[in-house]
Design a protein around this ligand. Structure first.
Ligand code: AMP
Length: 396
C-alpha cells in the first residue's frame, strides 16, 4: 500500500478534497462539497471509477467533511485501509513568516488567525479546514502548504510597492504573489517535459483558471508575478477585476458612498469577465459571443488585452524567454484564448502551430511551431499532487 495524503482546499462555502498517493502521483479520489451552509448543499465524489453525488442540508464544514467520509465509505473506501499518512491544507496567505510547508500546531493556527486581515476572504476558510480536519482526524499530522510560498524570494524590485516606505513596512504591504504551488509545479513539469534542467531556462507560466496569474521564472526561481498583496492584482479573472486604478476605490467610497466591504466584494466577486458579461465560464462566454452578445465580446477583448500586456511585460522582464506554458481551466482547454493571447507575436519569437493548438489532447504538449524560438506548451496543473508531495516533504 502506498502512503496517501488527503488534500483539502476550503472556500467560504465549499470544501474541495483529493486523496493522492504522492509517489507515484496517483489521484485515488476527489470531490467537492458546495453550498455549505444551505439546505441544498451539493456533494460529489469520484472514487475508483464511481461517481456519487448527494444534495442535502450541510450546516458547516465539519458536517461537509463527515458527509465526505460517509460517501467514501459507501463507495467502498475506508479511510483506515487507504494508507493515509497526513492531511495537506492549501492555505492562501502565509504573510512574510510562512513559506515552507509547515506541520500544524496550536501556535501556527493562532498565527494564521492573526494573518486573516491580509486575506480576509481566503485565509479564514483555510484555517477552518485545518480545525475541522484536526477534530475529525486527530491522529494524522496536518500540514499547511502556502500559496504564497514560491514567491517568497521575489526580487525587491518586483515585490515592493512604490508607496510610503514606513507605511508599507508597518503594515506588511508588498507583493506576495499567489497560485505559487501551481506556478512551481507547472514550471518544473515544463522543464521535465522538454528534458531540460529548470536551472538553465527562463519561463513564463500563465495560470488561467477562474483565478488567473502570470509569472516570470529564471532558473526555477520567480522574478515577477502578477498577483500582489492579495489575489486581486494583475490579470482579468473570472470574477476579480485584476489591475484597477486605486483611485476607483476612493471615488466609490467618497462619492458613491459605498462601504469598504461592498467595494471589496464588487472587485472580488462581481468584476472580471463576470462583471462585464454576466458569466464567468469561458464556454458560456464563447456561446454568447457567437450569438452576437456585445457585453461578452467586450469581456473577452478586455481579458485578452490584459493577458497580452502581461506576456509582453514578462518578455521584457526576462529579456530572453525559452518557454511559455498555459495551465488551469482556461489555459488548458481554451484554444481560442491561447491563440488570441499570442497571435502576431512572431517578431517577439512566438509562433503558434494552429493545428497543435487546436488538438483535443489533454496531456502536456507543445503547441508552438517547430521553428518558433520560444516553445509554447500546455501543461496541466496538479496543485493537489504538489501539495501532497510538499506535505510528505515536511514530515521527513
Ligand atoms: P479552474 O479555476 O482552473 O478550475 O478553471 C475554471 C474555469 O476554466 C471555468 O470557469 C471555465 O471558464 C474554464 N474552463 C473549464 N473547462 C473549459 C473548456 N473546456 N473550455 C473553456 N474554458 C473552460
Amino acid at each position: 500500500m502506498q502512503p496517501a495524503v488527503l488534500v483539502l482546499n476550503c472556500g467560504s462555502s465549499s470544501l474541495k478534497y483529493s486523496l493522492v498517493e504522492p509517489d507515484p502521483g496517483t489521484s485515488v479520489a476527489h470531490g467537492i462539497v458546495e453550498r455549505i451552509g444551505s439546505d441544498h448543499a451539493l456533494a460529489t465524489l469520484a472514487y475508483g471509477g464511481l461517481k456519487v453525488s448527494r444534495e442535502r442540508r450541510v450546516t458547516d464544514h465539519d458536517a461537509a467533511l463527515r458527509l465526505t467520509f460517509e460517501m467514501f465509505a459507501e463507495a467502498g473506501g475506508h479511510l483506515e485501509t487507504l494508507g493515509l499518512v497526513a492531511v495537506g491544507h492549501r492555505v492562501v496567505h502565509g504573510g512574510r513568516e510562512f513559506y515552507r510547508p509547515t506541520v500544524v500546531d496550536d501556535a501556527l493556527i493562532a498565527r494564521l488567525g492573526e494573518l486573516a486581515p491580509l486575506a480576509p476572504l481566503h485565509n479564514p476558510p483555510g484555517v477552518l479546514g485545518i480545525e475541522v480536519a484536526r477534530r475529525l482526524l486527530p491522529d494524522l499530522p496536518q500540514v499547511a502548504v502556502f500559496d504564497t510560498a514560491f514567491f517568497h524570494d521575489l526580487p525587491d524590485a518586483a515585490a515592493a510597492y512604490a508607496i510610503d516606505r514606513e507605511v508599507a513596512e508597518a503594515w506588511g504591504l508588498r507583493r506576495y504573489g499567489f497560485h505559487g504551488t501551481s506556478h512551481q509545479y507547472v514550471s518544473e513539469q515544463a522543464a521535465a517535459f522538454l528534458g531540460v534542467d529548470p536551472a538553465g531556462i527562463s519561463q513564463i507560466v500563465l495560470h488561467l483558471g477562474n483565478g488567473a496569474s502570470a509569472s516570470a521564472i529564471v532558473g526555477g526561481r520567480p522574478v515577477d508575478t502578477s498577483m500582489g498583496m492579495t489575489p486581486m492584482e494583475g490579470l482579468v479573472m473570472g470574477t476579480r477585476s485584476g489591475d484597477v486604478d486605486p483611485g476607483i476605490v476612493f471615488y466609490l467610497g467618497r462619492t458613491a458612498g459605498m462601504a469598504t466591504e461592498d467595494i471589496e466584494n464588487m472587485l472580488n466577486r462581481r468584476s472580471g469577465v463576470f462583471g462585464l458579461a454576466g458569466h464567468n465560464d469561458f464556454r458560456e462566454l464563447h456561446k454568447l459571443i457567437e450569438n452576437g452578445d456585445a457585453a461578452a465580446r467586450l469581456a473577452y477583448d478586455v481579458y485578452i488585452h490584459r493577458l497580452r500586456k502581461y506576456i509582453g511585460a514578462y518578455l521584457a522582464v526576462l529579456g530572453n524567454t525559452d518557454v511559455i506554458s498555459f495551465t488551469a481551466g482556461v489555459g488548458e482547454n481554451d484554444a481560442m484564448v491561447r491563440r488570441d493571447a499570442l497571435t502576431g507575436l512572431a517578431p517577439l519569437g512566438i509562433e503558434l502551430d494552429e493545428h497543435l493548438n487546436e488538438s483535443p489532447a489533454n496531456g502536456p504538449r507543445v503547441i508552438s511551431a517547430e521553428n518558433s524560438p520560444i516553445t509554447v506548451l500546455v501543461i496541466p496543473t496538479n496543485e493537489e499532487l504538489a501539495i501532497a508531495r510538499a506535505c510528505l516533504g515536511a514530515l521527513h
